[in-house]
Design a protein around this ligand. Structure first.
Ligand code: PEP
Ligand code: MG
Length: 910
């Protein structure tokens, strides 16, 4: 039997179901599922994703047998709908829509009203008893098909030719909206549309319905490879090999009169997660009108029940049934045709971090899911999205002051929560160019309407502001997914692309001027507004009571569920002080990396004296000056960590970071000062600095190589650690120091340093007449250490993967310079992700596995963690779980993310 390429759905029965997303794409699988559970869905069929792969691999060919299968399925659709495709009496019209395994909102193509020509349009007019509707549908079809399938080029001024014709006719007719055009005017537009196709492309607009259908199917499959779809997949790590399915479905019409509507709804709000069916709809309109933002849509939650009570009830029931069935918030597309509701799509809705947390917690409370599902399913709350709850917001008082100063411009729809201030930029292209020039630039992308074309610009902007479009417009949806602050539909804004101005009332701002949006409330202000910490942060910092913040309470509940299930411990990379306190507030279970050199930067004079010393005695004297400062710092860290383990790494960076030619150049007179300080001549200072200069400092005299050559530095640091530990212990506070030797490659290097550390420990304990349990271990951050881990574990009591250096040395890519080429690498799919953010599992990860196996083959209970930046990256955290690490360590703000990611992998891995 021929391979099955086409799956039919209709009349309560479907060939497929919701589990078949790989074959049918998300949309196709859910259309089948909805059909099977008795939700009204217009009949149709899905052509599989395999056909897309075949089509794109074979230069637009179809697999054998497809044509027959499509024709058979079309016959079934005709039967189910009681109409005939291409028939001049009772014509069936179809839509053709994309639908990949994971939703890619608005990134691929759709064609509606397929099957219309001069004959069928008249039949449709008779059948619907509405000539205007029929001609409007035909007009739309030519425009959509002309754009999407025939790819009618824009004019040399970048204008859409169809839109120009439409505008011309509206002007001639003296009307504002398309629905005010008469039948004769629409007929004239159709003629002009056909003419522009012929004149521009040199061929007629197709009239054969089967030719139209295959044209649309090919365009949908081809749209998998368009630029914005490719960019989107890269952003969300969707494999290019998947392909999209194509769904051909009988049209339901929302534009047959005032008892018709079309809309997109959410079974609960996806910006903040508030319960209740909501969304946008338009009466007497077709689907694309809502998402394209041509007319400002009405709100389901406030207006639909009054406008169409019957349809509202049907929809509300369907929304509840879908949530119960899918056990998650749904994003639906629907059409009301003469009072009857038809569902055209359902999918798990994209949501912000705020909404994700609230919806997960609410669904547990409503009994729809359990706690394990709430935290364990990374699709429900992508761990990274927790970040949004920690981002700054506007302080109400500061905002009120801006209001009092008369800076409030307008209020739109709050589509993506967050506070954003940035310089106005009016095109995505320009935003991208400005960002490439300066990564720190704060931009606000301001557009008339949201469009999927803006994806690249949205990615580099702090926030997005549009004058048109509703909360469900595609780009609003995407901005929420990106976690960007977003305000849409601020219709008092007038945006003039030619003059490069944005105005509201008498306020006129230019491109480059500052503007501010509050994505929680939809408010727009001219100028900058300062932000303040989020509610969760305020509670964590003790500035707000937990009971005053529902957001915090939900966050805390979720975190407690995550902690119950995760296996990995989560530590912090931090130094003493505020950051350490923050780390504790975020739930760290110890310090995985205290970089001691950060403290040296505060005592740079003593450090410089040490560097300039050319004999042991002088160096020792300089080092001794540093000791009390280090001790004080360590004491502070031990106290803050109150009994949690603290890993302190010995001095690591090349010495020239403290003193180099650059310092001498940037600080005039420094050479003289140093000469006075050390009793040397200015020439000697310059000579010594020149001696220290290295061509390749990252591979030079750094890490344990410093301690090996200057053992007195190691001795001083170890003494400071143990003295501090004893002092804190004397105050009744538990201490667990873990001394970590950096950049070890040879067991002998480790042994050399370990000896000094242990000698100092013994000496201090004897002096203080006490004893403290401590550990000595090493970083695994160069390939030799991973490869020889079995040997190194003969000495080291713990390992911590320094994946920053391990990535640098494994890939041979300088961690300080890779920014010049890695964007190109990502853009061209040479690497799947930035290897300095997400562990390169095939390379660096393989070395980590070798390191774990080697280390534990020598020392079965070897404690192993990670302290490179990757320790706070969800995918890397999950990898660390998989290879059996004991903990991850990351910067304090990433701790909640790491806790959640660790629970997600623990709950989903076997
Ligand atoms: C590392 O190399 O991963 C590490 C944590 O050390 P640093 O970043 O300080 O070199
Ligand atoms: Mg390192």
């Amino acid at each position: 039997m021929a391979e099955k390429h086409v799956y039919y759905f209709g009349n309560g029965k479907a060939d497929g179901n919701a589990t078949m997303k790989e074959t049918l794409g998300g949309k196709g699988a859910n259309l089948a599922e909805m059909t099977n559970i008795g939700i009204p869905v217009p009949a149709g069929f899905t052509i599989t994703t395999d056909v897309c792969v075949y089509y794109n691999d074979t230069n637009n060919q179809y697999p054998p047998g497809l044509k027959d299968q499509v024709e058979d399925a079309l016959k079934k659709v005709e039967k189910a709908m009681g109409a005939k495709y291409g028939c001049t009496e009772n014509p069936l019209l179809v839509s053709c829509r994309s639908g990949a395994r994971e939703s890619m909102p608005g990134m691929m193509d759709t064609v509606l009203n397929i099957g219309l020509n001069e004959d069928t349009v008249n039949a449709l007019a008779k059948q619907a008893n509405d000539e205007r509707f029929a001609w409007d549908s035909y007009r739309r079809f030519i425009q959509m098909y002309g754009d999407v399938v025939m790819q009618l080029p824009l004019t040399s001024d970048g204008e859409d030719r169809f839109e120009l014709i439409l505008e011309e006719h509206r002007e001639k007719a003296g009307v504002h909206y398309d629905h005010e055009l008469t039948v004769d005017q629409l007929k004239a537009i159709v003629d002009d549309y056909k003419k522009v196709v012929k004149d521009t492309l040199g061929k007629e607009f197709p009239t054969d319905p089967m030719e139209q259908l295959w044209g649309a199917i090919g365009a949908v499959f081809g749209s998998w490879s368009n630029d914005r779809a490719v960019v989107y997949r890269r952003q969300y790590n969707i494999p290019h090999e998947w392909g999209t399915a194509t769904n051909v479905q009988a049209m339901a019409f929302g534009n047959l009169g005032d008892d018709c509507a079309t809309g997109v709804g959410l079974t609960r709000d996806c910006s903040m997660g508030d319960p209740g069916f909501c969304g946008d709809y338009l009466i007497n309109a077709q689907g694309e009108d809502v998402v394209a933002g041509i007319r400002v849509p009405k709100r389901i939650e406030t207006q639909l029940e009054d406008d169409m009570p019957e349809a509202y009830k049907q929809l509300d029931d369907i929304a509840k049934k879908l949530e119960k069935h899918y056990k998650d918030v749904q994003d639906i597309e629907f059409t009301v045709q003469r009072g009857k509701v038809w569902l055209l799509q359902t999918r798990n809705a994209k949501r912000t971090g705020f909404a994700a947390v609230r919806i997960a917690v609410d669904l547990v409370e409503e009994g729809l899911i359990d706690e394990k599902e709430a935290v364990g399913n990374k699709r429900r709350i992508p761990a990274d999205d927790l970040n949004q709850l920690l981002q700054p917001i506007f302080d109400p008082a500061v905002k009120k002051a801006a209001q009092d100063e008369g800076r409030h411009m307008t209020t739109g729809i709050n589509a993506g929560p967050g506070a954003a201030t940035g310089q106005i930029v009016l095109s995505a292209e320009k935003a991208e160019a400005m960002f490439n020039e300066d990564n720190d630039v704060a931009l606000m992308l301001v557009r008339k309407e949201t469009s999927p074309e803006d994806l690249r610009g949205m990615r580099v902007s702090k926030g997005i502001l549009t004058a048109q479009g509703g909360a469900s417009s595609h780009a609003a949806l995407v901005s929420r997914q990106m976690g960007k602050a977003c305000v849409v539909g601020a219709d008092e804004l007038s945006i003039n692309y030619a003059d490069k101005t944005v105005s509201a009332g008498d306020k006129v701002l230019k491109e480059g001027d500052w503007i501010t949006i509050d994505g929680f409330t939809g408010e727009v202000f001219e100028g900058k507004i300062d932000t303040s910490p989020s509610e969760v942060m305020r509670v964590l910092e003790g500035k707000m009571k937990p009971e005053e913040s529902e957001t915090y309470q939900r966050y805390a509940k979720l975190m407690s569920w995550a902690d119950e299930h995760r296996k990995l411990k989560v530590r912090a990379n931090c130094e003493p002080g505020d950051v350490a306190e923050e780390a504790v507030a975020f739930g760290c279970e110890g310090v995985g990396l205290c970089r001691t050199e950060h403290m040296f930067f505060d005592k740079v004079e003593a450090m410089r004296k040490m560097i300039l010393a050319e004999d042991l005695e002088t160096r020792k004297k300089a080092v001794d000056e540093i000791l009390p400062h280090q001790r004080e710092d360590f004491e502070s860290l031990f106290r803050t960590m109150a009994g949690r383990p603290v890993t302190i790494r010995l001095l690591d960076p090349p010495l020239h970071e403290f003193l180099s030619d650059r310092h001498l150049e940037e600080e005039p007179g420094l050479d003289k000062k140093l000469a006075e300080m050390t009793g040397k001549s200015v020439e000697d200072i310059h000579r010594r600095v020149a001696e220290l200069e290295e061509l390749n400092p990252m591979l030079g005299h750094r890490g344990c190589r410093l301690g090996v050559v200057y053992p007195e530095i190691t001795a001083m640091q170890a003494r400071a650690i143990f003295e501090a530990a004893c002092n804190v212990k004397a105050d009744g506070i538990d201490v667990h120091p873990e001394v970590m030797i950096p950049l070890v490659g040879f067991l002998s290097e480790y042994r050399n340093q370990e000896k000094i550390v242990r000698e100092q420990a013994d000496a201090v304990f004897e002096e203080k007449n006490t004893n403290i349990e401590y550990m000595v271990g090493t970083m695994i951050e160069i390939p030799r250490a991973a490869l020889c881990a079995d040997e190194i574990a003969q000495g080291a009591e713990f390992f911590s993967f320094g994946t920053n250096d391990l990535t640098q040395t494994t890939l041979g890519m300088s961690r300080d310079d890779y920014g010049t080429f890695i964007p190109y690498y990502k853009e061209n799919d040479i690497v799947p992700a930035d290897p300095f953010q997400t562990v390169d599992q095939d390379g660096v990860g393989k070395l980590m596995k070798i390191g774990v196996e080697g280390g534990r083959s020598t020392r079965g209970d070897l404690k192993i963690g990670i302290c490179g930046e990757h320790g706070g990256d969800p995918a890397s955290v999950m990898f660390c779980h998989t290879i059996g690490l004991d903990y991850v360590s990351c910067s304090p703000r990433r701790i909640p993310i790491a806790r959640l990611a660790a629970a997600q992998i623990a709950l989903t891995s076997k």
